[in-house]
Design a protein around this ligand. Structure first.
Ligand SMILES: Cc1cc2nc3c(=O)[nH]c(=O)nc-3n(C[C@H](O)[C@H](O)[C@H](O)COP(=O)(O)OP(=O)(O)OC[C@H]3O[C@@H](n4cnc5c(N)ncnc54)[C@H](O)[C@@H]3O)c2cc1C
Length: 358
């Protein structure tokens, strides 16, 4: 049975609603579908639909969605964009409808470090206790970990009256890094996060120093569920090893998967388990710094496109390698967009830089 629609409406007074509508459409066309009809415009993307209608001196907005989280994501994002495109005008965005009286980020949970230990020389596992592990079961593999300043009581992000997320600033500013949930233990109410220790970066430092009782915020999960296929290519460097290991562990018996992982050396290899037939290749880059080799693109270019109609390719690695692989999958393998997800998990020389994949 389809879930009942939730709805939120806003009528936002502004000088030139038609111009605002044009700006919103021009921006959104990069991210989803824009349909003009006789009553206005419909924007449709990953998180649902928005109807916009410019009237005299106001923009009418209607957001519908069966999902409380997505309703929040869309209303919050619409409010952000209205303010971004307001060109100096102060706008008041007031939502009415199926929104909670006490606004909160529906995909935020607090977690507490239970323990942390090295699983290989350069990978440290942080076990987090979280009351609501069920929340992380579906919708994606990764979370944004919000790390509060050391020695300070954390101040978590809140929600403004227009549903925009309000981030703590100054001494309370949070570090935000994306990690994969390697596994969930519902019985113990625990989540495991495997962090690559690459230097004295904020994420590595957090994992190295994590002590039982330390609090973190988690936003997510994100990225969507793994696409069903008969044959998989799962490919990445050590940052995607947790994702690849989790995907492999959850594949059905009938699936086949070719797995290619670049790591520094043999000491970084991990046992991967799966009900599916998996064929694992470890690529050792030796002394070359991470993100400087073309081992992963070369491996994909050397692999044969699978026979059959139902392949899926997942890739997570440094941006240059991700781009080279994406190009090859599209031009040589001619894989349609819904048959691959290639994400830049990090970008050499840039902090907190990634894309969530195309
Ligand atoms: C969807 C998704 C899932 C991810 N899952 C995981 C995961 O489970 N485990 C994990 O460890 N990472 C994961 N990552 C990658 C992680 O978010 C980035 O590596 C992030 O930059 C780490 O933050 P940091 O504070 O350590 O370094 P930053 O402060 O972001 O960067 C500091 C410097 O270190 C470099 N750098 C960043 N990462 C690496 C690296 N791995 N090796 C060498 N140099 C690096 C940067 O280029 C920059 O020069 C994931 C990323 C995405 C998008």
């Amino acid at each position: 049975m389809a879930e009942p629609e939730l709805r939120a409406d806003a009528c936002v007074t502004m000088r030139d609603p038609a111009a605002m509508l044009e700006r919103l459409c021009a921006h959104f066309v990069e991210h989803g579908t824009v349909t003009h009809h006789d009553r206005g415009v419909r924007l449709e993307g990953r998180f649902g639909a928005v109807e916009l209608c410019s009237a005299a001196g106001a923009l009418d907005i209607a957001v519908t969605n069966p999902n409380e989280t997505y309703l929040f994501v869309v209303t919050s994002s619409v409010a952000e964009h209205l303010h971004e495109f307001a060109e100096g005008e102060t706008l008041k965005v007031g939502w009415r409808g199926n929104l909670p009286e006490q606004p909160r980020i529906p995909y935020f949970r607090e977690a507490v470090v239970r323990e942390a230990y090295d699983i290989t020389p350069a990978m440290r596992r942080v076990i987090l206790s979280c009351e609501d592990t069920a929340h992380f079961e579906s919708g994606g593999l990764h979370v944004s970990v919000l790390i509060p300043p050391s020695g300070r009581e954390p101040v978590w992000p809140g929600v403004g009256p227009d549903n925009r997320v309000i981030w703590p600033s100054g001494a309370d500013e949070l570090i935000r890094r994306i990690y994969t949930i390697r596994f969930i233990d519902h019985q113990r109410r625990e989540l495991a996060i495997d962090v690559v220790l690459h230097d004295s970066s904020p994420g590595s430092t957090w994992a190295r120093n994590a002590m039982p009782g330390d609090r973190v915020g988690l936003l997510g999960p994100g990225g969507g569920d793994v696409v069903a296929a008969d044959w998989y290519l799962l490919c990445g460097d050590e940052t995607a090893l947790p994702a690849i290991a989790r995907i492999a562990a959850e594949l059905p018996t009938a699936a086949r998967a070719k797995i290619v992982i670049e790591i520094a050396d043999r000491a970084e290899q991990q046992a991967l388990s799966s009900h599916a037939a998996i064929d694992v290749t470890w690529l050792h880059r030796g002394d070359a710094p991470a993100g400087t080799t073309d081992l992963l693109p070369q491996a994909v270019m050397g692999a044969a496109r699978p026979e059959g109609d139902n392949p899926f390719v997942f890739v997570g690695c440094e941006q240059s390698a991700a781009r080279a692989i994406r190009k090859h999958l599209r031009s040589a393998w001619k894989l349609p967009k819904d048959r691959h997800l290639v994400a830049a998990y990090w970008r050499r020389g840039h902090a907190d830089a990634h894309d969530h994949g195309e």
